[in-house]
Design a protein around this ligand. Sequence first.
Ligand code: TTP
Ligand code: MG
Length: 391
Amino acid sequence: MPVAMKDDRSRQPSTQSELAMRTQDTEATEQEPTVASLACHRKSPRPCFNQTLVDELAVIRQWRFLQFGTHDETNSIGYATAVSVIIGTPFLIETAEQAKKLPKIGEKIVVKIAEFLEKGYIQESRDILKTEKFRVLSLLSSVHGIGWKAANDLYNEGARTLDDLRELLPHRPSTLSYFKYLDDLSEKIPREEVDSIVKWIQHQLDKIQPGARLEACGGYRRGKSHSNDVDIIITWPHQDGLERGVLDKLVERLLRKRLVPNDGVLYHTMAGSERTIKDNRPADRLDALDKALVIFRLPAEANKRSKDKFRRVDLIVTRWPDFGCAVVGWTGSTQFERDLRRHAHRLNMKFDSGGIRERDTDRPIEALTEQDVFRVLQLPYIDPKLRNADP
Ligand code: TTP
Ligand code: MG
């Protein structure tokens, strides 16, 4: 998924009572509590204790993703990991010394934190926000099918405005259709619209294979007020096998009903039904589940607006026995997922949204519910709203 600017950034706790409320799980001792180095061992609320600092650092984090991509351990992932540690720090950072003691926080970021503590902002972040390159790369990499590298290439070829882009865009069908609906797709999706889209999909599924359970995951499940897309996990409770092939029928029906425009299927795979992918996947690769990434047309009458709205919707179908893993895997946030895989690795297991396996034997370990996933991975359950480990 492209790195996009998030709009529901928030603030430091503004009142004493708010601060006290957020401290309820933290030992009120003189010494700061130790902060765990993996996000799946911490609570990551939004807003967090150091939200204003995180908002400043988030700009540098995104700038690095835009320049170096999402795989670069040193330049991008390392920085994202440091920012996520600050998100999971359950006290207000007031001195650079406190920051130095946190895990995964290097010298350079301590300097930035010290600057923030002194001035209330970070000059580098302010400078980045003013550059045209930041604005253009952010826009470009939000378009489906344009990764950080292609975005940089397009920028170097001179793409600056939407008109430039229209000419220079790769003529891949999914990229062209995304671009066609760009105005709508760039809007953040409010929660009530997510609820409405889930109802539409449920209704269509009832006509194909009744009894489906749908769970809206992603940022919505983590409590975000607005999302970039809608991630829906679909299963049939207690009926392993009933899900096979249903996604094909659903996509065909949505196209027929014009709930997805003709050019609105960006990607579609039945790898889950066909059981073709056997290995577990890292957090930045697509898993082995059936999935359709579509542009959904939310009819005007449903959203009480004068015109239809086009929204990005990910439809993911899972077998019932893997439902817990699918929900955990698609709830995110990305850093939480990355660290969950690291944690599983330490236990000699592998985790992804398609299931948990033993690392040596590849034997699947059953985890039906989300609670089962945490139990199998020997972790205390963390509420989805406390998994906001990315800005
Ligand atoms: P996204 O929809 O990309 O992210 P999001 O829902 O957290 O935020 P928004 O849509 O508002 O931008 O992905 C949903 C979650 O699924 C994400 O938090 C992490 C997880 N995920 C993976 O772990 N691997 C993947 O390949 C994808 C696509 C998602
Ligand atoms: Mg999402």
